[in-house]
Design a protein around this ligand. Sequence first.
Ligand code: PGA
Length: 243
Amino acid sequence: MILVLNWKMNPKTLKEAFSLLDATKKSILRKKITGIVAPPSVFLADIARKKGTLHVAAQSIHTEESGSHTGDVAAAQVSSVGADHVLIGHAERRALGETNEEVGKKVVAALASHLAPIICVGENARDGQGHYLETIRIQLEAALCDVSKTKAKHLVIAYEPVWAIGAAKPMSTHEMHEMTIYIRKFLFSKFGKTGMSMPILYGGSIDGTSARDMMHHGEVDGLLVGRASSDMSKMHELFDALK
Ligand code: PGA
């Protein structure tokens, strides 16, 4: 089981980040979980140095290797400080204007620097006609268009319906089960056997009350957790629930 802990723009200080990391490490040790922490980029190097058995992800990278891009970080820089994953196409980045095309370029940039991309896809809203499925297909198509079958084994797909991120509760496990089947079919048609083993995660308002159900009934390989991962007591509840 994979647990991606997206701290977003939290916590406030490096000291707090270290406490959160320590608590997360202790919780992970007792469970059979692959934990991937995604701290803000300013903490990335420090967190990577103390990561223990955890993996570390950047929350985003630029499409280019270097150059005049004030405020951005490049894949090689992220990799050089000890991170091994990167979130690409998170809804909060797409909301700032990140396009499907850029997502595809970032996936290529990540793989070239030996970072495993965690590709986030998700529709803004649901409709009765199933148009959201087409949105997901287009997002996946664009993200994966330049990925070879051999590189595909490094990818993680996180389905995160935008309407369930930062919400009161996640989508239903039944709806997620349908999405898992839809995404798995897509991955199989694109990558064959490799597509059958690529992890599919769910993200959006997961906490201690919903994690277990989503794992079992959503047929997912893991979870991408936002708010509940950087709040110490909610983080403990989450791990307790996954026992
Ligand atoms: P949330 O965020 O768990 O706070 O809804 C999920 C995410 O970061 O994608």
